[in-house]
Design a binder for this molecule. Structure first.
Ligand code: ADP
Length: 507
């Protein structure tokens, strides 16, 4: 099959979050062994070329740009110049859409002072450029797999301005929603960006209109052949008013074409037996070295003081890690409620992340007050993230909502027990450990409250002191397979379904 993955970010070219992990890993697996015959698919990836991408290319000359083509992209009634840069990366072809006015910036979507004010224009340009590019390359994919609002207008263009062009007639589309909290909502004045489309035709409630504004993700939901999200549970949740962010109605209307496929993680990058970022390698068969990573981290981050030596901390006191965006979505508000009682317990905490200002200042205060018990690290730090996954005994993800979540999957792989709220992908992947049956891979709670979170941490700490049970729970997690292998096959099935649907053959 010929598959084009269109995304605003993908590892290693540009990353702000989990979306990049997914769109970076999935194409490589599909190209390697995506088909049932074991032969790979023809997979290509397209994303904008940002300053971050340019830096990566400069530092990795083995992946140099091989072809460059100029193009004119119709946006806001004029033609805007763009450049397609083509390169081979591992086993796939990558197209970088270049327009330095739009993309050569320090950040991808926003700065400290808010979103870039031309985001609608930047990503409508990108989406339109993707379709123009295909014709210039004379490559017509069977399916375009578009991700999130930034690429969501591609099916709208296909089904309007390009609908009578035979070159595009057999292209089917799948929209993956990675996080419904981000929809690309803009003033209706931005409708003029859609060159060649009569604004009145699409500014209706059953199309792009959203409470008097336009919603680019809605365009994808309405026009894509198939819509999916990143876990089965989240696919159900987003059809309910509590989690639908105003789009539950339109998602419900498409419920017969709405799927959920759990994300995988890249098992080459996330492997405690080979991880370049950690000092002591370990595995399910030889787990002892995990303790040495913990010892090292405790010493480096001064968590061994206050009346306990590092050695006595090693097995008696659990180290709890958290890596992620410091945002209310991630449960920081309920965690904030319980810092005091939690740090009163015999635990150590290490946090890494950046996000909302109110959590930065709160965490700074807590870190000062409880020096030696908590280490707070702001910013994005890949190396430290690996070390935290490898060294911690437990990993916190008390999310308010979580489309899939990667942190808990990485934790399982590193023998670090996730403590999660039962929502979205967390509910699909983490099961409460039951010491009687020996089943389960983590600790879970339902009620979104600090009290429920604290009780769950206490439950985990209790089992932590019963080493046989704890080892069982760790082994259960490490034994699971959340590599991309099975999820990629699910995607292939979905692509085939989209193709059949486009051909009018239904299921
Ligand atoms: P999100 O909703 O932010 O996409 P996910 O759990 O799906 O959350 O994925 C987050 C990914 O980003 C994980 O790979 C996590 O380890 C990584 N990550 C998040 N914050 C940081 C950080 N501050 N430093 C390093 N890695 C981070």
């Amino acid at each position: 099959m010929k598959i084009l993955i269109a995304t605003a970010e993908a590892v290693p070219f540009a990353k702000t979050g989990g979306l990049a992990d997914v769109t970076g890993a999935l194409p490589l697996v599909l190209a390697e062994r995506g088909s049932t015959s074991g032969k790979g698919h023809d997979v290509r990836l397209v994303l904008p070329q940002y300053a971050m991408t340019k830096n990566w290319l400069a530092n990795n000359p083995q992946f140099s740009v091989q072809k460059i083509i100029g193009m004119d992209v119709p946006v806001k009634g004029i033609l805007i110049k763009g450049i397609i840069e083509e390169l081979k990366y591992e086993n796939i072809t990558v197209y970088l859409i270049k327009n330095d006015d739009y993309f050569l910036r320090d950040e991808l979507y926003s700065t400290q002072s808010g979103d870039y004010d031309d985001n609608a224009e930047r990503f409508i340009f990108f989406s339109r450029a993707v379709l123009e590019m295909l014709k210039l390359k004379d490559w017509s994919p069977d399916v375009i797999h578009l991700n999130d609002w930034q690429a969501a207008t591609i099916p709208l263009f296909l089904k309007t301005v390009y609908k009578d062009d035979p070159f595009y007639s057999s292209i089917s589309t799948i929209l993956t929603i990675h996080n419904l909290g981000y929809q690309g909502v803009f003033p209706s004045s931005e409708l003029n960006l859609f060159s060649g489309i009569n604004p009145e035709e699409i500014f209706t409630m059953d199309k792009l209109e959203f409470y008097g504004k336009i919603n680019l993700l809605k365009a994808g939901i309405v026009y894509a052949d198939i819509v999916n999200t990143v876990s089965p549970k989240y696919a159900q949740e987003i059809q309910l008013p509590e989690c639908g962010y105003g789009l539950d109605g339109v998602l419900k209307q498409r419920s017969h074409e709405l799927y959920g496929i759990i994300n995988g993680i890249d098992y080459d990058i996330w492997n405690p037996a080979t991880d370049k970022e950690i000092m002591h390698h370990y595995s399910l068969q030889c787990p002892e070295n995990k303790r040495l990573n913990k010892l090292n981290l405790i010493d480096n981050f001064h968590l061994g003081t206050k009346g306990a030596t590092s050695i006595s901390l090693l097995d008696d006191i659990p180290l709890i890690g958290l890596v992620g965006r410091l945002a209310s979505q991630k449960g920081l508000d309920i965690l904030a409620e319980i810092f005091e009682p939690l740090l009163f317990m015999d635990v150590r905490l290490i946090l890494l992340g950046s996000g909302e200002e109110k959590y930065h200042s709160l965490l700074q205060k807590i870190a000062k007050k409880y020096r030696g018990k908590i280490s707070v690290n702001f910013g994005y730090n890949e190396e430290l993230a690996h070390r935290i996954y490898a060294s911690s005994d437990m990993f916190l993800m008390p999310s308010h909502y979580e489309p899939c979540g990667l942190g808990q999957l990485i934790s399982l792989r590193y023998g670090t027990i996730p403590i999660v709220r039962e929502t979205g992908g967390l509910a699909d992947t983490i099961e409460e450990f039951d010491p009687l049956s020996g089943k389960g891979n983590g600790f879970t709670f339902t009620e979104y409250s600090g009290k429920a979170l604290l009780q769950t941490i206490k439950r985990a700490c209790y089992i932590y002191q019963h080493k046989t049970d704890w080892k069982r729970c760790v082994a259960n997690g490490m034994n699971q397979d959340y590599s991309w292998a099975s999820s990629a096959m699910e995607y292939v099935k979905l692509y085939r379904r989209a193709v059949r649907q486009r051909q009018g053959k239904g299921d």
